[in-house]
Design a protein around this ligand. Structure first.
Ligand SMILES: C[S@@+](CC[C@H](N)C(=O)[O-])C[C@H]1O[C@@H](n2cnc3c(N)ncnc32)[C@H](O)[C@@H]1O
Length: 210
């Protein structure tokens, strides 16, 4: 299929997301998901009515919710760009990546380092349903559906090993979802060790002011 045809098909699919019966296989549109809720907060189109309703319930209690999401996304992009431009990182593992949206990690880092590789990881099945929005023609990106509570499944995923050289420094993103906080600290038990070979771990979370 031509790129124009694929884009036209995608536009149709995106437009149908308001109709729950058009949910991709494996996706329950009636149950809000964090990835889709975050997508809605960022004005994305990979979300359903249940996600929008859930966000609006949160927003009624936390009026700054949208600003926080945008601030996080901006940090994510600034930090990833800095790692590529200033620290020479050429491979990134985006944990809890969320769904495709403008300014995806590979678009940010490849703007300053065209050879950079990015592996997107999320447990939300919507990630795979729209993976083609993150995959590049030159194979510099991969998309893996994995639950970080089962790190072995991620570490053994062929897509990860194909793009990430564990003998080279890597950038490890964990942002907004506080994935590490929620699922345990399997990779962060010794944060200093993550830096020892030039690798960097980016972390961003939300905190309530006392
Ligand atoms: C708020 S979004 C963050 C999106 C993106 N990292 C950013 O900063 O813009 C948090 C993501 O973490 C994912 N997530 C939460 N728990 C997870 C788990 N156990 N395994 C994999 N992904 C998880 C959610 O599906 C969601 O997409």
């Amino acid at each position: 299929m031509s790129i124009a045809g694929r884009d036209a098909q995608r536009q149709t699919a995106v437009g149908q997301l308001t109709q729950s019966e058009q949910a991709p296989a494996g996706v329950d549109p009636a149950t809000p998901s964090p990835a889709r809720m975050y997508d809605y907060m960022l004005s994305g189109k990979h979300n359903f009515q249940s996600d929008r309703d859930a966000v609006e319930r949160f927003r009624a209690q936390l009026p700054d919710l949208g600003d926080a999401a945008w601030a996080n996304r901006a940090f994510h992009q600034r930090a990833a760009r800095w790692l590529a431009a200033e620290r020479g990182i050429r491979q990134f593992i985006d944990l809890g990546s969320g769904l495709p949206i403008q300014g995806n990690t590979h678009e940010i880092v490849q703007a300053v380092a065209p050879a950079a590789r990015v592996v997107y990881v999320d447990h939300d099945p919507m990630l795979l349903a729209y993976a083609d929005e993150l995959l590049t023609a030159d194979g510099s990106t991969a998309v893996i559906q994995a639950d970080l509570r089962d790190p072995g499944s991620l570490l053994s995923a062929p897509g990860l090993r194909a793009l990430i050289d564990f003998d080279e420094p890597a950038g490890l993103n964990d942002q907004a979802g506080r994935v590490v906080t929620h699922v345990g600290s399997w990779w962060a038990e010794d944060p200093a060790a993550a830096d020892s070979d030039g690798s960097r771990a980016l972390y961003c979370g939300v905190a309530r002011r006392p």
